[in-house]
Design a protein around this ligand. Structure first.
Ligand SMILES: Cc1ncc(C[n+]2csc(CCOP(=O)(O)OP(=O)(O)O)c2C)c(N)n1
Ligand SMILES: [Mg+2]
Length: 583
């Protein structure tokens, strides 16, 4: 009797006989490439044999694949994907080991979610079967890495998650993961990939086909946008607070022209991206306080927390407009900044639309001129204050402001991005171009700056990329790992460690809350010192980076110039361990 007659025919097996089949673990790679993904930042484990075997098979077959990179710590892998996105605008993927690898990457996922950074995050899943199946558990970790809900480790940070059930789902699920990750508001997505499923065979056919699902990009409501345009055109004292930049290259440039044209104050309170050049006549600096007190219309442009509620009370009569890909930041349970008008959309589209909508509206030319003149004066005064801070007597030692100013002088005329994590502050560090400034996300998962800078350098080898961070942040970044990556991938990042031998921000937080408390008066505040300070220059040198310790103000300019020269001519990572005073 034939199979057909008995009804035992397995259509799947039959199909496999006809079409070429590959290991499911390898099918992931050509699919990612088809989605436009250049890199898989990977940290492998014992759940990886079908992935590694599949990858080797795919490589041997000559199909187009993303580059799979060994990243020796998961936090670095996720943060590199984050940094890559920031300068390229292209989502990447990260592949980690079961629950233990995923938990090491979870802080990176929290950071990416906070900043709306898309990426496809994957991690293995310990086998569920205990034998009698290819790929089943073997050694004790197969049992030890079991969890009821592994995905819970990153679920709150991910827009979408799923566990791969069948190998033939790979193409469709990755398309969906990619499309959702890149939809407004963008963010990481997570797919868990169990070992037994990856050990199965699947069809090779179709893996290189174009993505089957387009991201959904939200656009502003036209009525709300016209209303915002009218409010701004009629405003007496308009203010924009911008934290996450001003969209793409074109909208960034248009935003600067518009602010000047209409005489609108722009504050960069806790800006994680640059929205306007620091020396723009309308850039009133980081402190929105005085401007909020008088503003009658405030635009909160993509800001999670646009001001400090107790310190910067807005004018009670002000009307407040929130604009952004998720203007109310719906993922956060508590965020009660008033919003009279909320406009959803990507800044790259909303900003030009708002500008266009205002063009046709009447303007009081005299009022605008007065506003412009006042802003020019006020922003110059803010810059003079910063200049004083950045250049005042250095005989007692260096400050973050001094280093920031020296760095901006050294970077003049170079295409550069500075990643600052409690490093050089914006202001003393002057920045003009889009993508020239990135600060750690407001989720503050430290250890982000160095690997994010590595990701940015990978995305744009011609750019000078600087990672400037506190000594604490440098240690959080797993520096040995980051220097290994820099050497292995030839990523000549300039690293400036601003070493005050403490967690200064924690100390400042204590003195802020208890200015006259025991801890503030103590000779040495508990739980904040990082002494004895390691010799970070040796950590860098372990991976053959250039390194130098800078203790004296007189050495600073020359040390930065020398390090920059190494970075640019030898294409080698360079680290300066710069002794700074506590703030
Ligand atoms: C992963 C992580 N752990 C702990 C903290 C808490 N934290 C916030 S700021 C800070 C100190 C940072 O020290 P450093 O980088 O040396 O900068 P400094 O404030 O000394 O200039 C710490 C520990 C955090 N934000 N993230
Ligand atoms: Mg410190």
């Amino acid at each position: 009797m034939s199979e057909k007659e008995t009804g035992t025919q397995n259509p799947d097996t039959d199909r496999r006989d006809e079409a070429p089949v590959i290991n499911a673990g390898g099918a992931i790679f050509p699919r990612l490439k088809a989605l436009g993904i250049d890199y898989v930042f990977a940290n492998s484990g014992t759940d990886f044999p079908p992935i590694i075997e599949g990858l080797a098979e795919a490589e041997a077959s000559g199909v187009d694949l993303p580059k799979a990179l060994v990243i020796p710590h998961e936090h670095a892998a996720v943060s590199m994907a984050h940094g890559y996105w920031l300068v390229s605008g292209k989502a990447q993927s990260v592949m980690l080991h079961t629950n233990v690898g995923l938990s090491n990457g979870a802080t990176g996922a929290i950071n990416a979610a906070c900043e709306h950074v898309p990426m496809i995050l994957m991690s293995g899943r310990t086998p569920v079967t205990e034998g009698d199946r290819f790929g089943a558990r073997t050694v004790p970790i197969g049992w030890g890495q079991e969890m009821r809900d592994q995905t819970a480790l990153v679920r709150e940070s991910c827009k979408w998650d799923y566990e791969l059930k069948y190998p033939e789902q790979i193409g469709g699920l990755l398309d969906r993961a990619y499309a959702i990750s890149n939809s407004t508001p963008r963010g990481p997505v997570y797919l868990s990939i169990p070992r037994e499923v990856l050990c199965e065979k699947t069809k090779a056919e179709g893996l290189e086909a174009p993505c089957s699902m387009a991201p959904a990009i939200a656009a502003h409501d036209a009525t709300a946008l016209s209303e915002a345009a009218r409010m701004l055109a009629e405003a007496k004292a308009p203010l924009v607070i911008a934290q996450r930049g001003a969209g793409d290259e074109a909208s960034f440039a248009a935003f600067s022209r518009w602010a000047e044209d209409w005489g609108i104050a722009v504050s960069s309170w806790w800006a994680t991206h640059l929205a306007i050049p620091t020396d723009h006549p309308c850039h009133v600096g980081a402190n929105p306080g005085p401007w909020l007190a008088e503003a009658d219309v405030v635009v909160v442009l993509d800001c999670l927390a646009p001001w400090w509620p107790d310190n910067h009370p807005p004018n009670p009569d002000a009307r407040i407009i929130h604009i952004g890909p998720d203007p109310l930041f719906s993922r956060y349970p508590v965020r009660n900044f008033r919003s009279d008008l909320s406009i959803v959309g990507e800044s790259a589209t909303t900003i030009p639309a708002l500008i266009a909508a205002m063009e046709a509206l009447p303007r009081d030319q005299q009022r605008l001129e007065q506003r412009r003149a006042r802003l020019t004066e006020a922003s110059a005064a803010v810059r003079r204050g910063i200049d004083d801070l950045s250049t005042h007597a250095m005989h007692e030692g260096l400050t973050k402001a001094h280093v920031g100013r020296a760095l901006s002088n050294a970077l003049k005329g170079l295409k550069s991005s500075v990643f600052s994590e409690l490093g050089c502050p914006l202001g003393p560090l002057e920045r003009q171009d889009r993508n020239s400034w990135f600060q750690e996300p407001h989720s503050g998962g430290l250890g982000w700056g160095f690997p994010a800078a590595l990701g940015a350098q990978l995305a744009d080898p011609d750019r000078v990329v600087v990672a400037t961070m506190g000594d604490g942040s440098y240690m959080f970044s797993n520096p040995t790992v980051c220097h290994q990556i820099a050497e292995a991938l030839e990523l000549p990042v300039l690293v400036l460690v601003l070493n005050n031998e403490e967690w200064g921000a924690v100390r400042a937080s204590v003195t802020g809350l208890y200015p006259k408390g025991e801890a503030s008066r103590a000779n040495r505040m508990p739980l904040t010192a990082l002494q004895p300070s390691p010799d970070f220059s040796l950590t860098a040198r372990a991976s053959r980076a250039y390194s130098r310790r800078v203790a004296l103000a007189a050495e600073l300019d020359e040390a930065i110039a020398e390090a920059l020269e190494v970075v640019r001519t030898e294409r080698r990572c360079a680290l300066l361990d710069i002794r700074i005073l506590p703030d």
